[in-house]
Design a protein around this ligand. Structure first.
Ligand code: CUA
Length: 347
């Protein structure tokens, strides 16, 4: 296989190559059979031949016909199931995976790690670790393509897509944009560097950007006016940020949401969509007023204010309906808002 295919550098690559090889062999065998029969019959029943042209034996008209129809149908159903099961696996990232945020724009790839470290056009990942990428586009449709991992995921503006992989080989692999996105589409390329887990941890720890991002977010918090409502000293009844990040919070309509990057981003851009329980929808949208870098910085600032118990809160067991309502009522009545709640929400 390696003669014809790019190097296999993820655990999925081998699976996909096996499917491809099986499809290729089956297609070749069937093509050979069909062409063999066409040529064979062409010669046998050519105009000058005296071969018997009488009626077909009964067996060929019934059992044989039914047999090959079902056999091929089953074969193709099996191939469909096989390929679909591998493709569906791609849609469901493992829970314990390491998350990297990817922003595509004309014409570069921006990567951001959970601690705020940012990279352009170079994605570094630890080996043998499930990595989930959340992909967003700032402008047009791009496509995140790493041939060695057999990954190709469209990145669509206004949509947050995910894909995941587990790298199994150390080294540097090509990253390409596989969707025509304008003048420099062909130059929108980068690389994925797979490192030993220890090397990756050291590299990540040695980068100071995470801090810088949060510090910039703290400045924006004041200069963009967020502090007018969200600062501890404000008189406005708005959520406070310390301990917010990663917590499960009840929403006004009874659902709950985890205060993760996506939720925080949505809260700035579409504040009236998922309003936290106990607050009035008074926040204006900052869509068009904050660029992606500023949103990232503000998110890093909120993250730097800590999570409850130092770690993202796990959803707790749902209490009975009455208790949940009581908890919400208590929260609505609590002047300091949900930040004073000791654990990760009640629902
Ligand atoms: Cu981005 Cu093509």
């Amino acid at each position: 296989m390696s003669m014809f295919m790019p190097i296999e550098a993820s655990d999925r690559a081998a699976q996909i190559d096996t499917i491809f090889l099986a499809l290729l062999i089956i297609s070749l065998l069937i093509s050979a059979l069909v062409f063999g029969l066409i040529i064979g019959f062409g010669i046998r029943y050519r105009r000058a031949s005296s071969a018997d042209r009488g009626p077909m034996p009964e067996f060929f008209r019934r059992e044989f016909e039914i047999g090959w129809t079902f056999a091929t149908a089953l074969l193709f159903l099996f191939l469909f199931w096989w390929a679909a099961s591998v493709n569906i696996e791609v849609l469901v990232p493992p829970k314990d995976s390491y998350r990297v945020n990817v922003v595509a724009k004309q014409w570069m790839w921006k990567f951001q790690y959970p601690n705020g470290v940012r990279q352009i056009d170079t994605l570094r990942v630890p080996i043998d670790t499930p990595i989930t990428l959340t992909l967003e586009s700032q402008d047009v449709i791009h496509s995140f393509f790493v041939p060695a991992f057999r990954i190709k995921q469209d990145v669509v503006p206004g949509l947050r897509t995910e894909t995941w992989f587990k790298a199994t080989k150390l080294g540097t692999f090509k990253l390409l944009c596989a969707e025509y996105c304008g003048t420099d589409h062909s130059r929108m390329r980068g690389e994925v560097i797979v490192m030993r887990q220890k090397d990756f941890a050291e590299w990540l720890a040695a980068r100071p950007e995470g801090d810088d991002l949060a510090r910039r977010g703290a400045e924006l918090f004041v200069s963009r006016g967020c502090s007018g409502c969200h600062a501890e000293s404000s008189n406005v009844h708005a959520p406070r940020f310390p301990g917010l990040y990663g917590r499960r919070i009840p929403l006004a309509d009874g659902r709950t949401a985890v205060a993760d990057e996506a939720y925080i981003r949505d809260s700035m851009l579409q504040p009236n969509r998922d309003v936290a329980a106990g607050y009035r929808p008074i926040m204006p949208s900052y869509s068009g007023l904050l660029d992606d870098g500023e949103i990232e910085s503000l998110t890093a600032y909120i993250r730097s204010l800590g999570t409850v118990g130092g770690a993202p809160a796990a959803p707790t067991a749902p209490p009975s309906g009455g208790a949940a309502n009581a908890a919400e009522a208590a929260e609505a009545a609590d002047p300091a808002g949900p930040t004073t709640r000791p654990t990760g929400g009640g629902r």
